[in-house]
Write a protein that binds this ligand. Structure first.
Ligand code: PMP
Length: 402
């Protein structure tokens, strides 16, 4: 028996993880355009500064402008003074604080659910909203375009997966009809799709799954605070809160904070608290971010003008975009994509916008479906009409140029 020459052995043929990091083509391709992880030196509301240049922020999800609302900031400060920076541990072992339970009761009531659990990130909430409930032997039927957090939950669950065409209840119906009627099923979708700005066709989705005993999980990260009466979310918009078993989402959009939530019936949430690894083993949401979210919820209830301004701005922005013939993928919400059709065009327009002092987000395939390369913009209540006019003027000029 001779010695295996290291360079001939199969083991050695595979690069080590460190070598993979050094030579990975995808990393190089992604960094080539260099629009990612830009360094922002300063922020004041809808204004950010990059390399000393003042820019209009069109990339945030701060739909109501609450992240810079003085009362929201004040609430975060007073919760920090009272409770400290962190609870430094998970609630199962370290206990729930009054502000956790208060926030959960308020959120549950807000969404028309019995109970709620908050986590330190929306990603954790959405991942656990799937992985806590679905398991091996189940079938998860999922909209193709859902957020990465939900795919992570599906991956962890061990359930088998069937995709349905984006926001297409007819395709959902046909997928459901081919599934084993005895297998427990979960249907996963979003209330508002953040790249597309589409609203879930909830009544038709419910129709399509009727009679299949499907457990419905809706991520309403971008619908919460935007859709429905007082911003109570997409299910409330359709008056269908009871039809969705679990609503999950993020506190980092309309509520201007950080963290996430899962809401459902008391039984379902008790199951989550005792089964979800992310819930059991991750440190609790911080006092400051919980305090900020609590104040934002109160503002939604007491000051309807923020939501009204958001929708006024959204209508105005879309009207301007229609006048220049921009393709906005039929967005129905303040999340407004500008479809440009190729990576190069997206890069050129994005770079041109940056030079003109407009901070937007480029999204290219595979982050979006093929030929749907786009620039994502989002309207907030804090933008002025002049901001929106300036943005559309710049988009028109750059689209003509490229
Ligand atoms: N779901 C959706 C639809 C999202 O857009 C996001 C954030 N981009 C998340 C979940 C995760 O939320 P967070 O950023 O709070 O972790």
């Amino acid at each position: 028996m001779g010695y295996a020459l290291p360079f001939l052995s199969k083991r050695q043929a595979k690069p080590t993880i460190l070598q993979r990091c050094r030579s990975d083509e995808a990393t190089r391709a992604r960094l080539k355009y260099n629009p990612w992880y830009l360094h922002i030196e300063k922020q004041e509301g809808t204004r950010v500064w990059v390399e000393g240049q003042e820019m209009v922020l069109m990339s945030s999800n701060d739909y109501l402008g609450f992240s810079h609302h003085p009362e929201v900031i004040g609430s975060a400060q007073s919760f920090t003074e009272k409770w400290g920076i962190s609870t430094t541990g998970a609630r199962l072992a370290n206990g729930s604080r009054t502000f956790h339970t208060e926030l959960e009761e308020r959120l549950a009531a807000w969404m028309g659910k019995e109970a709620c659990f908050v986590h330190s990130a929306g990603y954790i909430s959405c991942m656990s909203a799937v992985s806590a409930f679905a398991t091996k032997g189940d079938v998860v039927v999922v909209d193709r375009n859902v957020h990465s957090s939900l795919w992570s939950g599906i991956g962890l669950s061990g359930a088998s997966v069937e995709r349905f065409a984006h926001n297409d209840p007819f395709d959902l119906r046909s997928v459901m009809s081919t599934e084993d009627p005895d297998a427990p099923k979960m249907v996963v979708f979003e209330g508002v799709y953040s790249m597309e700005g589409h609203v879930a066709r909830l009544p038709e989705i419910m129709d399509a799954v009727a009679g299949h005993n499907a457990f419905m999980v809706m991520d309403d990260a971008h619908g919460m605070g935007v859709m429905g009466p007082q911003g109570r979310g997409t299910a409330a918009h359709f008056g269908l809160q009871d039809g969705v078993d679990v609503i999950c989402g993020s506190l980092s959009k309309s509520l201007g904070s950080v963290g996430g939530f899962v809401a459902g019936s008391r039984e379902v949430m008790e199951y989550l608290r005792t089964h979800s690894k992310q819930t059991i083993f991750s440190a609790a949401i911080s006092p400051a971010t919980a305090g900020a979210a609590l104040r934002s919820l109160q503002l939604l209830e007491e000051e309807p003008e923020h939501l009204e301004r958001l929708w006024e701005n959204t209508r105005y922005y879309k009207q301007l975009l229609a006048e220049i013939g921009a393709n906005i993928w039929e967005s129905e919400t303040p999340a407004v994509p500008i479809l440009l059709g190729s990576k190069e065009r997206v890069y050129n327009v994005w770079r041109g916008l940056l030079k003109k002092g407009i901070f937007s987000v480029p999204a290219i395939s595979p982050a979006v479906p093929p030929r749907k390369d786009l620039i994502r913009t989002a309207v907030t209540a804090a933008h002025t009409r002049e901001d929106l006019e300036r943005v559309v003027e710049a988009i028109a000029e750059l689209c003509r140029k490229f």
